[in-house]
Ligand binder design. Structure first.
Ligand SMILES: *Cc1c(COP(=O)(O)O)cnc(C)c1O
Length: 374
């Protein structure tokens, strides 16, 4: 049996080695390492895949979020609502820009931002909602877009874990994660669902003005070289990463299907076990399973992790500490107990190996090991 890994990027590479190697070699031969034609080609292919009108490639997903917020004309102290159960980047860029992160609780089943909590958190200073499509399933975008419209707010989707997820609105219209809000952000970190072999990210928008402005911000704040209209940043996807992503993009739907197949296997194996809740599903969103995350009930998580490790099965806790409990984000507005669902999730979630190359033999072994260890 193959070695167990949270993500098996090597087998995935071997399956498309020729395309990847050729793409990298073409960039080296062209020496167009920055802003080469591969970057534009990938951008166009990704626009076709996602349906986004504009895609701006940037250096990583965190930059994507930062540039998105920089483009919205916000003032220091403006409030940005984000879930407290997520990766730190979502709140980090808010804090870095002198904006005020307002964290809210999440839903127990989907682990995504709670729309009731968003409604309660809105003040006259609220300007932006940043929903995170956690673990690969879209937040309740029907309600979030409605709230944004009622209160004249921007929506910046953190789709770093959800590229390719499809959201179907109550009116029957379907859109991809990242193309629903005013701006969407994604990451091409190697382990993400569409990962490169280094750092990379992208910003999606259907708004022409925002697209122009974000393109300029990502390029030192200039529309015309050496004419700087904004304080910008330097954030770009390099050509080698673009070539790798362009070779992988045609396989993304197969990769998603492989993850969904593995998730269905896990779901079935753990159904009805009193100690395990499998990921709750939102019927309006497909789930692309960036992570397959269990909620453990009355289980010693450390002990389970250790027993799995004895059998060479890795497992991870995403995320052990909610944002409002992080040292760097201590804030007199928040204390332990304020966000009970996020706090409970932080203490009971466990993510199992989830990637595009899991086979039935491995899945059998993993599920048997989990059930035996409970
Ligand atoms: C990975 C991730 C990011 C950051 O992406 P990087 O490319 O690592 O900067 C932001 N938000 C979420 C939810 C993520 O999973």
């Amino acid at each position: 049996m193959k070695k167990f890994q949270m993500v098996d990027l090597h087998t995935q590479y071997l399956n498309i080695k020729n395309d990847i190697d050729r793409g990298i070699q073409e960039v080296i031969d062209s020496t167009a390492f920055i802003k080469g034609s591969k970057v534009t080609e990938f951008q166009e292919h990704l626009e076709q895949y996602t349906g986004a009108k504009h895609i701006i490639n940037v250096g990583n997903g965190t930059d994507a979020l930062q540039i998105a917020l920089m483009a919205l004309g916000l003032k220091p102290g403006d409030e940005v609502i984000t879930p407290t159960f997520t990766f730190i980047a979502t709140a980090e860029v808010v804090a870095l820009l002198g904006l005020t992160p307002v964290v809210v609780d999440v839903d127990w089943d989907t682990m995504n931002i709670s729309v009731d909590a968003i409604r309660k958190a809105i003040t006259p200073k609220t300007k932006v909602i940043v929903p995170v499509h956690l673990f690969g399933q879209c937040a309740n975008m029907d309600a979030i877009m409605q709230i944004a419209q009622e209160h004249n707010l921007f929506v910046v989707e953190d789709a770093c874990q959800a590229i390719g997820a499809q959201y179907t609105f109550k009116n029957g219209h379907t859109q991809q994660a990242g193309t629903i809000g005013h701006i969407g952000c994604t990451s091409f970190f190697p382990s993400k669902n569409l990962g490169c072999y280094g750092d990379g990210g992208a910003i999606f928008t259907n708004n022409d003005q925002l697209a122009e402005k974000m393109k300029a911000i990502a390029n030192h704040g200039c529309f015309v070289r050496y004419h700087h209209d904004f304080v910008g940043v330097n954030s770009r996807l390099d050509s080698i990463q673009a070539a790798i992503l362009d070779a992988k993009l045609p396989h993304l739907n197969t990769y998603i299907a492989n993850r969904q197949r593995a998730a269905a296997f896990y779901d079935k194996a753990f159904a009805n076990n009193p100690h395990i809740l499998t990921p709750g599903r939102d019927p309006q969103s497909t789930h692309v399973y960036h992570q397959y995350t269990l909620r453990l009930i009355d289980v010693d998580r450390d002990q389970l992790k250790a027993r799995l490790a004895e059998k060479d099965i890795p497992s991870m806790v995403y995320y052990p500490i909610p944002l409002h409990m992080q040292k760097a984000y201590q804030d007199p507005r928040y204390k332990q107990g304020d966000f009970p669902i996020a706090e409970r999730l932080a203490s009971c979630v466990l993510s199992l190996p989830m990637h595009t190359e899991l086979d039935e033999e491995q899945l059998n072994y993993i599920t048997q090991a989990v059930l035996a260890a409970l």
